[in-house]
Design a binder for this molecule. Structure first.
Ligand SMILES: [Zn+2]
Length: 213
């Protein structure tokens, strides 16, 4: 026998009831020709097919559930998007370098076409980055976010950067000590973290004004 799932409405336990009549039973509206699965919690009935003594049809109907899309964690979805942007950015770079070669080889029409395609792709990446950054910035509770990471100061000024909805106090670091490459770094008392897929940044907010009295 197939196992009964929990009631889709209340989570209660269902039990099967056979038809209350056969084809030979004289007609009586109080009878039921079909089996049901009835919930012991909320009392809902899910009917099966007429004359199904096996009750299988009621069980199949009871156990049927809408198929919902698998839940994707926001950070997983955002990571996938960032990977996608990085892939598209590589395509853009290839298009642009190919366009350069075409121009050098005196094929200006081809170069123009490839530059136009690269520009379209860049626009699409910028639009989706902005949309995601807006979302992330909303999640972190405020406006004032700049979605152009290239515009963030790289002179060592501390700024807030937002990655997948998390905010970090970070500054751009050059290679020194055991930090070899240039990147955003978040320094903490027990070390530092480098390499962020930051989607937006903002200057540090001004400190709160001194309370008078
Ligand atoms: Zn129920």
């Amino acid at each position: 026998m197939v196992k009964l799932l929990d009631c889709p409405f209340c989570g209660g336990e269902g039990h099967t009831l056979p038809p209350t009549c056969t084809k030979a039973t004289p007609y009586d509206p109080a009878h039921r020709a079909f089996p049901v699965v009835r919930c012991g919690g909320c009392g809902c009935d899910v009917p099966g097919k007429d004359w199904d003594d096996t009750r299988h049809s009621a069980i199949a109907a009871w156990n049927r559930r809408a198929v919902s899309a698998p839940a994707v964690a926001p950070e997983v979805a955002e990571k996938a998007l960032v990977d996608c942007w990085n892939g598209v950015n590589e395509v853009i770079a290839t298009l642009e370098s190919t366009a350069r070669l075409a121009r050098e080889a005196n094929h200006p029409e081809q170069a123009k076409y490839m530059d136009a395609r690269a520009a379209e792709l860049r626009e699409a990446v910028t639009a989706s980055r902005s949309a995601l950054s807006l979302h992330s910035a909303d999640a972190s509770g405020g406006g004032g976010w700049n979605f152009d990471m290239e515009a963030a100061p790289k002179d060592g000024t501390e700024v807030l950067i937002c990655e997948y909805g998390d905010v970090f106090l970070a500054r751009w670091t050059l290679g020194h000590d055991n930090i070899r490459d240039e990147d955003w770094a978040c320094f903490m008392c027990d070390g530092y973290r480098k390499h962020f897929d930051a989607t937006c940044w903002r200057p540090l907010p001004a400190p709160p004004a001194q309370q008078e009295g």
